[in-house]
Design a protein around this ligand. Structure first.
Ligand SMILES: CCCCC/C=C\C/C=C\C/C=C\C/C=C\CCCC(=O)SCCNC(=O)CCNC(=O)[C@H](O)C(C)(C)COP(=O)(O)OP(=O)(O)OC[C@H]1O[C@@H](n2cnc3c(N)ncnc32)[C@H](O)[C@@H]1OP(=O)(O)O
Length: 157
């Protein structure tokens, strides 16, 4: 596993995301790591993120974790495909979410660590499709699929 969280390679001007930006003092600071052919993030939501059922996580938090982990995963997979290393000093590879489908399979318990994993389904041009799973212990509580779009490099003037 790379020691560097994918989000820690974001330059300061891209580090303000509420869900995962290291530079947002009020945010969640999600950290995603490339581990072989998949990505992994661990997060324990604060008890205030309860959903409609007591002791269960609010669905928006689940989508938020997938949103940030999915775009970070897309970037990590693109770095690997391009034969690059994150934080290599060149213009960073960045993706944004174009679409995210979440399927809530089981209630997600509040107060325990959640593990989000990402796998690359396809990477074609600027488009990355990422498969996502969120589990509490052995229980997969939500699955998702993201289409992330790579931000184009600026045109040199
Ligand atoms: C989001 C603002 C953009 C400016 C960003 C600036 C700085 C941030 C940079 C990096 C972020 C760094 C770190 C990330 C941190 C946290 C991320 C958390 C995740 C998020 O929280 S992220 C926010 C939510 N996210 C958005 O706020 C996106 C709003 N949106 C857009 O900004 C544009 O929509 C964009 C850029 C997606 C594409 O725009 P574009 O002009 O560059 O490219 P274009 O439209 O040509 O699409 C190219 C090909 O993707 C296909 N395509 C596009 N959208 C599709 C869809 N929905 N379904 C199916 N296919 C789709 C087209 O059909 C075409 O396909 P084809 O090439 O085959 O024709």
């Amino acid at each position: 596993m790379s020691d560097m969280a994918i989000q820690d390679s974001y330059p300061p001007e891209f580090a303000h995301c509420f869900g995962c930006g290291p530079g947002n003092p009020h945010g969640h600071h999600l950290k995603s790591y490339l581990l072989g052919y998949e990505t992994i993030a661990r997060f324990t939501p604060d008890l205030k993120y309860s959903g409609g059922v007591p002791d269960h996580v609010y669905g928006g938090m689940i989508a938020s974790l997938m949103d940030c982990h999915g775009t970070a995963s897309a970037a990590a997979f693109a770095y690997r495909k391009d034969g690059r290393t994150m934080g290599d000093g060149r213009r960073p590879i960045r993706f944004v979410t174009a679409s995210l489908r979440v399927e809530f399979k089981k209630p997600t318990p509040l107060g325990c660590e959640l593990v989000v994993k990402g796998q690359l389904l396809s990477l074609q041009g600027r488009k990355a499709w990422v498969d996502l799973k969120l589990a509490a212990g052995d229980q997969v509580c939500a699955t998702g699929e993201m289409l992330a779009i790579r931000l184009p490099d600026p045109v040199e003037s």
